[in-house]
Design a protein around this ligand. Structure first.
Ligand code: RFL
Ligand code: PHB
Length: 402
Protein backbone atom coordinates (compact mmCIF):
# COMPACT_ATOMS: atom_id res chain seq x y z
CA UNK A 1 0.00 0.00 0.00
CA UNK A 2 1.32 3.46 -0.85
CA UNK A 3 1.32 5.83 2.10
CA UNK A 4 1.21 9.58 2.15
CA UNK A 5 4.64 10.97 3.09
CA UNK A 6 4.83 13.77 5.62
CA UNK A 7 7.87 16.06 5.09
CA UNK A 8 10.81 15.08 7.34
CA UNK A 9 11.12 16.73 10.72
CA UNK A 10 14.59 17.70 11.96
CA UNK A 11 15.50 16.62 15.50
CA UNK A 12 18.83 16.14 17.25
CA UNK A 13 18.12 12.68 18.69
CA UNK A 14 15.48 10.22 17.45
CA UNK A 15 14.52 7.83 20.25
CA UNK A 16 12.81 4.52 19.50
CA UNK A 17 10.80 3.13 22.44
CA UNK A 18 8.95 4.70 25.37
CA UNK A 19 10.14 2.31 28.07
CA UNK A 20 12.29 3.49 30.98
CA UNK A 21 15.38 3.79 28.72
CA UNK A 22 13.85 5.94 25.98
CA UNK A 23 11.79 8.12 28.30
CA UNK A 24 14.61 8.83 30.75
CA UNK A 25 16.99 9.58 27.88
CA UNK A 26 14.50 12.11 26.46
CA UNK A 27 14.21 13.70 29.92
CA UNK A 28 17.99 13.93 30.47
CA UNK A 29 18.52 15.37 26.98
CA UNK A 30 15.79 17.94 27.55
CA UNK A 31 17.53 19.09 30.75
CA UNK A 32 20.71 19.50 28.69
CA UNK A 33 18.90 21.52 26.00
CA UNK A 34 19.05 18.75 23.38
CA UNK A 35 15.92 18.09 21.28
CA UNK A 36 14.45 14.62 20.82
CA UNK A 37 11.31 12.84 19.69
CA UNK A 38 10.30 9.49 21.20
CA UNK A 39 8.31 7.06 19.06
CA UNK A 40 6.48 4.10 20.59
CA UNK A 41 4.73 1.11 19.02
CA UNK A 42 2.13 0.73 21.81
CA UNK A 43 -0.44 3.12 23.25
CA UNK A 44 0.17 5.42 26.22
CA UNK A 45 -2.28 3.40 28.29
CA UNK A 46 -0.50 0.14 27.45
CA UNK A 47 2.97 1.32 28.50
CA UNK A 48 1.60 2.99 31.63
CA UNK A 49 -0.10 -0.23 32.76
CA UNK A 50 2.58 -2.74 31.78
CA UNK A 51 3.60 -4.42 35.05
CA UNK A 52 7.29 -5.26 35.13
CA UNK A 53 10.17 -4.37 37.40
CA UNK A 54 9.72 -3.19 40.95
CA UNK A 55 13.10 -2.52 42.56
CA UNK A 56 15.09 0.68 42.01
CA UNK A 57 18.77 0.76 42.95
CA UNK A 58 20.08 3.62 45.03
CA UNK A 59 21.70 5.13 41.91
CA UNK A 60 18.41 4.99 39.99
CA UNK A 61 16.60 6.67 42.89
CA UNK A 62 19.30 9.37 42.95
CA UNK A 63 18.94 10.11 39.20
CA UNK A 64 15.17 10.42 39.45
CA UNK A 65 15.48 12.77 42.45
CA UNK A 66 18.29 14.86 40.98
CA UNK A 67 16.41 15.39 37.72
CA UNK A 68 13.18 16.48 39.38
CA UNK A 69 10.99 13.42 38.89
CA UNK A 70 11.34 11.73 42.27
CA UNK A 71 8.51 13.44 44.18
CA UNK A 72 5.82 10.78 43.77
CA UNK A 73 8.38 8.00 44.20
CA UNK A 74 9.43 9.55 47.52
CA UNK A 75 5.81 9.79 48.62
CA UNK A 76 4.56 6.40 47.47
CA UNK A 77 7.66 4.22 47.09
CA UNK A 78 8.74 1.82 49.83
CA UNK A 79 12.32 2.16 51.03
CA UNK A 80 13.85 -1.26 51.78
CA UNK A 81 16.94 -1.52 53.96
CA UNK A 82 17.36 -5.27 53.59
CA UNK A 83 15.97 -8.47 52.13
CA UNK A 84 15.12 -11.98 53.36
CA UNK A 85 16.57 -15.21 51.99
CA UNK A 86 14.57 -18.34 52.82
CA UNK A 87 16.04 -21.82 52.47
CA UNK A 88 16.00 -25.14 54.34
CA UNK A 89 13.05 -23.92 56.39
CA UNK A 90 14.86 -20.84 57.71
CA UNK A 91 14.55 -17.13 57.00
CA UNK A 92 17.74 -15.04 57.14
CA UNK A 93 18.09 -11.33 56.55
CA UNK A 94 20.70 -9.44 54.54
CA UNK A 95 20.96 -5.91 55.95
CA UNK A 96 21.80 -3.57 53.06
CA UNK A 97 21.92 -0.51 55.27
CA UNK A 98 24.40 -2.00 57.71
CA UNK A 99 26.57 -3.61 55.01
CA UNK A 100 26.64 -0.78 52.44
CA UNK A 101 24.99 2.30 53.96
CA UNK A 102 22.51 2.18 51.07
CA UNK A 103 18.98 0.97 50.37
CA UNK A 104 16.67 0.19 47.45
CA UNK A 105 13.26 1.63 46.59
CA UNK A 106 10.30 -0.60 45.76
CA UNK A 107 8.33 1.44 43.21
CA UNK A 108 6.79 -0.08 40.07
CA UNK A 109 8.42 0.46 36.71
CA UNK A 110 5.04 1.49 35.31
CA UNK A 111 4.89 4.27 37.91
CA UNK A 112 8.34 5.50 36.79
CA UNK A 113 7.07 5.36 33.21
CA UNK A 114 3.97 7.39 34.15
CA UNK A 115 6.10 10.01 35.94
CA UNK A 116 8.48 10.29 32.98
CA UNK A 117 5.69 10.61 30.41
CA UNK A 118 3.97 13.29 32.48
CA UNK A 119 7.21 15.26 32.89
CA UNK A 120 8.05 15.04 29.18
CA UNK A 121 4.63 16.16 28.01
CA UNK A 122 4.48 18.95 30.58
CA UNK A 123 7.71 20.44 29.31
CA UNK A 124 6.48 20.34 25.70
CA UNK A 125 8.28 17.15 24.70
CA UNK A 126 7.02 14.96 21.87
CA UNK A 127 6.15 11.29 22.37
CA UNK A 128 4.41 9.65 19.42
CA UNK A 129 2.44 6.58 20.51
CA UNK A 130 0.87 3.85 18.34
CA UNK A 131 3.42 3.93 15.52
CA UNK A 132 4.07 0.94 13.26
CA UNK A 133 6.66 -0.23 10.73
CA UNK A 134 9.58 1.63 12.34
CA UNK A 135 12.59 1.87 10.01
CA UNK A 136 16.11 3.10 10.65
CA UNK A 137 18.30 4.23 7.76
CA UNK A 138 21.69 5.83 7.17
CA UNK A 139 23.28 5.07 10.53
CA UNK A 140 26.73 4.83 8.94
CA UNK A 141 26.44 8.40 7.64
CA UNK A 142 25.98 11.75 9.39
CA UNK A 143 22.23 12.11 8.87
CA UNK A 144 20.46 8.97 9.98
CA UNK A 145 16.66 8.81 9.76
CA UNK A 146 13.93 7.09 11.69
CA UNK A 147 10.62 6.67 9.91
CA UNK A 148 7.30 5.19 10.96
CA UNK A 149 3.67 4.86 10.01
CA UNK A 150 1.08 6.76 11.98
CA UNK A 151 -2.53 7.48 10.98
CA UNK A 152 -1.96 6.13 7.48
CA UNK A 153 1.06 8.32 6.70
CA UNK A 154 4.81 7.76 6.71
CA UNK A 155 6.61 10.20 8.98
CA UNK A 156 10.37 10.74 8.99
CA UNK A 157 12.68 12.10 11.65
CA UNK A 158 15.95 13.46 10.24
CA UNK A 159 18.35 13.06 13.16
CA UNK A 160 21.96 13.60 14.20
CA UNK A 161 21.78 10.42 16.31
CA UNK A 162 19.39 7.52 16.85
CA UNK A 163 18.86 5.88 20.25
CA UNK A 164 17.54 2.31 19.99
CA UNK A 165 15.62 1.93 23.26
CA UNK A 166 13.04 -0.47 21.84
CA UNK A 167 13.55 -3.45 24.12
CA UNK A 168 14.54 -7.03 23.35
CA UNK A 169 12.01 -7.49 20.50
CA UNK A 170 12.60 -4.11 18.85
CA UNK A 171 14.09 -3.34 15.44
CA UNK A 172 17.19 -1.35 16.45
CA UNK A 173 19.53 -4.21 17.26
CA UNK A 174 18.85 -5.75 13.85
CA UNK A 175 19.91 -2.47 12.18
CA UNK A 176 23.51 -3.25 13.18
CA UNK A 177 25.12 -5.44 10.47
CA UNK A 178 25.28 -9.09 11.52
CA UNK A 179 29.03 -9.30 10.89
CA UNK A 180 29.61 -6.47 13.36
CA UNK A 181 27.32 -7.64 16.15
CA UNK A 182 28.40 -10.32 18.60
CA UNK A 183 25.80 -11.96 20.77
CA UNK A 184 26.31 -13.81 24.07
CA UNK A 185 23.38 -15.75 25.42
CA UNK A 186 22.23 -18.25 28.03
CA UNK A 187 18.65 -19.48 28.16
CA UNK A 188 17.43 -20.96 31.46
CA UNK A 189 15.30 -24.12 31.64
CA UNK A 190 12.55 -22.34 33.59
CA UNK A 191 10.44 -19.20 33.70
CA UNK A 192 8.58 -17.15 36.31
CA UNK A 193 4.85 -17.15 36.77
CA UNK A 194 4.08 -13.72 38.19
CA UNK A 195 0.90 -12.45 39.82
CA UNK A 196 -0.29 -9.12 41.09
CA UNK A 197 -2.74 -9.61 43.97
CA UNK A 198 -4.99 -7.39 45.98
CA UNK A 199 -3.62 -8.51 49.33
CA UNK A 200 -1.34 -6.88 51.90
CA UNK A 201 2.26 -8.21 51.55
CA UNK A 202 2.96 -10.78 54.28
CA UNK A 203 6.45 -9.36 54.83
CA UNK A 204 7.78 -5.80 54.97
CA UNK A 205 10.81 -6.87 52.94
CA UNK A 206 11.17 -9.00 49.81
CA UNK A 207 11.56 -12.74 50.37
CA UNK A 208 13.68 -14.77 47.94
CA UNK A 209 12.94 -18.46 48.64
CA UNK A 210 14.99 -21.45 47.59
CA UNK A 211 12.62 -24.42 47.94
CA UNK A 212 12.92 -27.99 46.68
CA UNK A 213 9.70 -27.49 44.66
CA UNK A 214 11.22 -24.43 42.98
CA UNK A 215 12.05 -20.78 43.61
CA UNK A 216 9.45 -18.31 44.89
CA UNK A 217 9.57 -14.55 45.46
CA UNK A 218 7.42 -12.29 47.55
CA UNK A 219 7.48 -8.67 46.45
CA UNK A 220 4.99 -5.82 46.51
CA UNK A 221 3.80 -2.64 44.87
CA UNK A 222 2.17 -0.97 47.88
CA UNK A 223 0.98 -1.82 51.41
CA UNK A 224 -2.20 -3.21 49.75
CA UNK A 225 -0.80 -4.91 46.63
CA UNK A 226 1.46 -7.97 46.56
CA UNK A 227 3.62 -9.06 43.64
CA UNK A 228 4.49 -12.76 43.79
CA UNK A 229 6.45 -15.11 41.55
CA UNK A 230 6.85 -18.89 41.20
CA UNK A 231 9.49 -20.78 39.22
CA UNK A 232 7.70 -22.78 36.49
CA UNK A 233 8.51 -24.48 33.15
CA UNK A 234 9.58 -21.84 30.56
CA UNK A 235 6.65 -22.55 28.24
CA UNK A 236 4.04 -23.01 30.99
CA UNK A 237 0.41 -22.48 29.98
CA UNK A 238 -1.19 -19.97 32.31
CA UNK A 239 -4.41 -22.03 32.03
CA UNK A 240 -2.68 -24.71 34.14
CA UNK A 241 -2.59 -22.28 37.04
CA UNK A 242 -6.00 -21.36 38.44
CA UNK A 243 -5.68 -18.89 41.32
CA UNK A 244 -6.16 -21.58 44.01
CA UNK A 245 -3.23 -23.58 42.69
CA UNK A 246 -1.00 -20.48 42.64
CA UNK A 247 -1.80 -19.59 46.26
CA UNK A 248 -1.35 -23.19 47.40
CA UNK A 249 2.09 -23.37 45.80
CA UNK A 250 3.12 -19.96 47.12
CA UNK A 251 2.07 -20.97 50.65
CA UNK A 252 4.25 -24.08 50.46
CA UNK A 253 7.33 -22.48 48.91
CA UNK A 254 7.28 -19.33 51.03
CA UNK A 255 6.19 -21.11 54.23
CA UNK A 256 7.61 -19.55 57.36
CA UNK A 257 7.36 -20.38 61.03
CA UNK A 258 4.23 -21.26 62.98
CA UNK A 259 1.23 -19.16 62.13
CA UNK A 260 2.85 -17.24 59.26
CA UNK A 261 0.76 -17.34 56.13
CA UNK A 262 0.44 -15.26 53.00
CA UNK A 263 -2.74 -13.30 53.02
CA UNK A 264 -4.63 -14.41 49.91
CA UNK A 265 -6.69 -12.03 47.79
CA UNK A 266 -8.05 -11.44 44.27
CA UNK A 267 -5.46 -11.94 41.52
CA UNK A 268 -5.49 -8.79 39.38
CA UNK A 269 -2.99 -9.91 36.75
CA UNK A 270 -0.92 -12.99 35.90
CA UNK A 271 1.62 -14.02 33.28
CA UNK A 272 4.65 -16.18 32.52
CA UNK A 273 8.09 -14.77 31.67
CA UNK A 274 10.87 -16.89 30.16
CA UNK A 275 14.35 -16.23 31.53
CA UNK A 276 17.55 -15.49 29.70
CA UNK A 277 20.90 -13.78 29.97
CA UNK A 278 21.81 -11.91 26.79
CA UNK A 279 24.37 -9.31 25.70
CA UNK A 280 24.87 -7.78 22.22
CA UNK A 281 28.21 -6.07 21.54
CA UNK A 282 29.07 -3.41 20.54
CA UNK A 283 26.20 -1.19 21.69
CA UNK A 284 27.00 1.41 19.04
CA UNK A 285 27.27 1.31 15.28
CA UNK A 286 27.85 4.59 13.46
CA UNK A 287 25.20 6.98 14.71
CA UNK A 288 22.96 4.33 16.28
CA UNK A 289 23.25 3.67 20.03
CA UNK A 290 21.49 0.75 21.71
CA UNK A 291 20.36 1.16 25.33
CA UNK A 292 18.52 -1.02 27.85
CA UNK A 293 16.85 -4.31 26.90
CA UNK A 294 17.57 -3.65 23.20
CA UNK A 295 21.20 -4.53 24.02
CA UNK A 296 20.94 -6.85 27.00
CA UNK A 297 18.63 -9.00 29.08
CA UNK A 298 19.18 -10.31 32.60
CA UNK A 299 17.10 -12.91 34.42
CA UNK A 300 14.95 -10.99 36.94
CA UNK A 301 16.38 -12.68 40.07
CA UNK A 302 18.77 -9.78 40.69
CA UNK A 303 16.13 -7.07 40.00
CA UNK A 304 18.50 -5.38 37.59
CA UNK A 305 16.91 -4.94 34.13
CA UNK A 306 15.44 -1.48 34.53
CA UNK A 307 18.42 -0.28 36.53
CA UNK A 308 20.77 -1.30 33.72
CA UNK A 309 18.64 0.67 31.27
CA UNK A 310 18.98 3.74 33.51
CA UNK A 311 22.75 3.25 33.70
CA UNK A 312 23.08 3.08 29.91
CA UNK A 313 21.12 6.24 29.19
CA UNK A 314 23.03 8.22 31.80
CA UNK A 315 26.26 7.41 29.98
CA UNK A 316 24.67 8.14 26.60
CA UNK A 317 23.18 11.46 27.74
CA UNK A 318 26.58 12.55 29.08
CA UNK A 319 28.26 11.64 25.78
CA UNK A 320 25.68 13.54 23.74
CA UNK A 321 25.92 16.54 26.05
CA UNK A 322 29.68 16.72 25.53
CA UNK A 323 29.20 16.40 21.77
CA UNK A 324 26.72 19.27 21.58
CA UNK A 325 28.78 21.41 23.96
CA UNK A 326 32.08 21.37 22.08
CA UNK A 327 31.94 18.70 19.37
CA UNK A 328 33.95 16.25 21.49
CA UNK A 329 33.28 12.64 20.54
CA UNK A 330 35.31 10.85 23.25
CA UNK A 331 32.26 10.18 25.42
CA UNK A 332 30.29 8.75 22.52
CA UNK A 333 33.29 6.70 21.35
CA UNK A 334 33.60 5.19 24.85
CA UNK A 335 29.83 4.59 25.27
CA UNK A 336 29.76 0.89 24.45
CA UNK A 337 32.86 -0.07 26.47
CA UNK A 338 31.83 2.06 29.46
CA UNK A 339 28.38 0.47 29.61
CA UNK A 340 29.57 -3.07 28.94
CA UNK A 341 32.02 -3.05 31.85
CA UNK A 342 29.12 -2.54 34.23
CA UNK A 343 26.67 -4.70 32.28
CA UNK A 344 28.92 -7.77 32.50
CA UNK A 345 29.28 -7.40 36.26
CA UNK A 346 25.51 -7.14 36.55
CA UNK A 347 25.09 -10.13 34.21
CA UNK A 348 27.33 -12.11 36.52
CA UNK A 349 25.33 -11.09 39.60
CA UNK A 350 21.97 -11.89 37.96
CA UNK A 351 23.21 -15.29 36.79
CA UNK A 352 24.68 -16.02 40.24
CA UNK A 353 21.45 -15.17 42.07
CA UNK A 354 19.51 -17.26 39.54
CA UNK A 355 21.66 -20.39 39.81
CA UNK A 356 21.76 -20.15 43.62
CA UNK A 357 18.03 -19.78 44.16
CA UNK A 358 16.34 -21.97 41.50
CA UNK A 359 16.00 -25.73 41.24
CA UNK A 360 17.49 -27.39 38.15
CA UNK A 361 16.11 -30.72 36.88
CA UNK A 362 19.59 -32.03 36.19
CA UNK A 363 21.02 -31.02 39.59
CA UNK A 364 22.72 -33.82 41.49
CA UNK A 365 22.34 -34.26 45.27
CA UNK A 366 25.84 -32.74 45.45
CA UNK A 367 24.67 -29.61 43.58
CA UNK A 368 21.72 -29.25 45.95
CA UNK A 369 23.90 -29.46 49.08
CA UNK A 370 26.36 -26.98 47.58
CA UNK A 371 23.48 -24.54 46.90
CA UNK A 372 22.31 -24.73 50.50
CA UNK A 373 25.88 -24.37 51.79
CA UNK A 374 26.28 -21.23 49.66
CA UNK A 375 23.11 -19.70 51.12
CA UNK A 376 24.24 -20.62 54.64
CA UNK A 377 27.67 -19.06 54.02
CA UNK A 378 26.12 -15.95 52.47
CA UNK A 379 23.92 -15.35 55.50
CA UNK A 380 26.56 -16.01 58.16
CA UNK A 381 29.71 -14.39 56.73
CA UNK A 382 29.77 -10.59 56.68
CA UNK A 383 32.18 -10.63 53.73
CA UNK A 384 29.87 -12.89 51.70
CA UNK A 385 26.72 -10.96 52.66
CA UNK A 386 28.43 -7.74 51.59
CA UNK A 387 28.99 -9.06 48.05
CA UNK A 388 25.25 -9.64 47.70
CA UNK A 389 24.31 -6.33 49.31
CA UNK A 390 26.66 -4.12 47.28
CA UNK A 391 25.46 -5.66 44.01
CA UNK A 392 21.79 -5.51 45.00
CA UNK A 393 21.84 -1.82 45.96
CA UNK A 394 23.78 -1.25 42.74
CA UNK A 395 27.39 -1.01 41.60
CA UNK A 396 28.57 2.48 40.71
CA UNK A 397 28.55 3.26 36.99
CA UNK A 398 32.27 3.96 36.75
CA UNK A 399 33.58 1.06 38.82
CA UNK A 400 36.91 -0.38 37.79
CA UNK A 401 40.65 0.12 38.15
CA UNK A 402 41.19 3.87 38.41
P1 RFL B 1 11.20 -1.77 27.44
O1 RFL B 1 10.62 -1.41 28.76
O2 RFL B 1 10.91 -3.11 26.89
O3 RFL B 1 10.74 -0.64 26.42
C1 RFL B 1 10.92 -0.76 25.04
C2 RFL B 1 9.80 -0.02 24.34
O4 RFL B 1 10.00 -0.03 22.95
C3 RFL B 1 8.77 -0.27 22.30
N1 RFL B 1 9.04 -0.78 20.94
C4 RFL B 1 8.98 -0.02 19.82
N2 RFL B 1 8.66 1.25 19.62
C5 RFL B 1 8.68 1.73 18.33
N3 RFL B 1 9.01 0.96 17.25
C6 RFL B 1 9.34 -0.34 17.44
N4 RFL B 1 9.67 -1.10 16.37
C7 RFL B 1 9.33 -0.89 18.74
N5 RFL B 1 9.60 -2.12 19.26
C8 RFL B 1 9.42 -2.03 20.59
C9 RFL B 1 8.07 -1.25 23.21
O5 RFL B 1 6.66 -1.24 23.01
C10 RFL B 1 8.46 -0.71 24.58
O6 RFL B 1 7.53 0.22 25.08
O7 RFL B 1 12.79 -1.63 27.44
P2 RFL B 1 13.75 -0.63 28.30
O8 RFL B 1 13.27 0.77 28.24
O9 RFL B 1 15.12 -0.98 27.86
O10 RFL B 1 13.54 -1.09 29.82
C11 RFL B 1 13.96 -2.34 30.27
C12 RFL B 1 13.03 -2.85 31.38
O11 RFL B 1 11.70 -2.77 30.93
C13 RFL B 1 13.36 -4.28 31.81
O12 RFL B 1 14.76 -4.47 31.86
C14 RFL B 1 12.80 -4.61 33.21
O13 RFL B 1 11.40 -4.59 33.23
C15 RFL B 1 13.29 -5.96 33.68
N6 RFL B 1 12.75 -6.36 34.98
C16 RFL B 1 13.25 -5.82 36.17
N7 RFL B 1 14.18 -4.84 36.15
C17 RFL B 1 14.60 -4.24 37.31
O14 RFL B 1 15.45 -3.34 37.27
N8 RFL B 1 14.11 -4.62 38.56
C18 RFL B 1 13.16 -5.59 38.66
O15 RFL B 1 12.68 -5.85 39.78
C19 RFL B 1 12.73 -6.25 37.46
N9 RFL B 1 11.79 -7.21 37.51
C20 RFL B 1 11.72 -7.30 35.05
C21 RFL B 1 11.25 -7.73 36.34
C22 RFL B 1 11.12 -7.80 33.91
C23 RFL B 1 10.10 -8.72 34.01
N10 RFL B 1 9.50 -9.14 32.81
C24 RFL B 1 8.11 -9.15 32.59
C25 RFL B 1 10.33 -9.33 31.65
C26 RFL B 1 10.25 -8.66 36.46
C27 RFL B 1 9.68 -9.19 35.30
C28 RFL B 1 8.63 -10.25 35.46
C1 PHB C 1 9.16 -7.25 41.41
O1 PHB C 1 8.71 -6.65 42.41
O2 PHB C 1 8.53 -7.33 40.35
C2 PHB C 1 10.49 -7.91 41.50
C3 PHB C 1 11.24 -7.77 42.65
C4 PHB C 1 12.50 -8.38 42.74
C5 PHB C 1 12.98 -9.12 41.66
C6 PHB C 1 12.22 -9.23 40.51
C7 PHB C 1 10.98 -8.62 40.41
O3 PHB C 1 14.18 -9.72 41.77
Amino acid sequence: MAHRHVPAKKVQVGIIGAGPAGLLLAHLLHLAGISSVVIEAKSRKYVEERIRAGVLEQGTVDVLRETGIGARMDREGLLHHGTILKFAGEARRIDFQDLTGQAVMVYGQHEVVKDLIAARLESGGEIVFDVSDTRIDGIEGREPTVSYLKDGARHTLACDFVAGCDGFHGVSRAAIPADVLRVYERVYPFGWLGILAKSPPASEELIYANHERGFALLSMRSPEISRLYLQCPPDEEIANWPDERIWEELQVRLAGGEGWRLEEGPVIQKGVTAMRSFVAEPMRHGRLFLAGDAAHIVPPTGAKGMNLAVGDVRVLARGLEAFYRDGGEDGLAAYSDTCLRRIWKVQRFSWWMTQMLHTFDDASPFDRRRQLAELDYLTTSRAAATTLAENYVGLPMDWGPQ
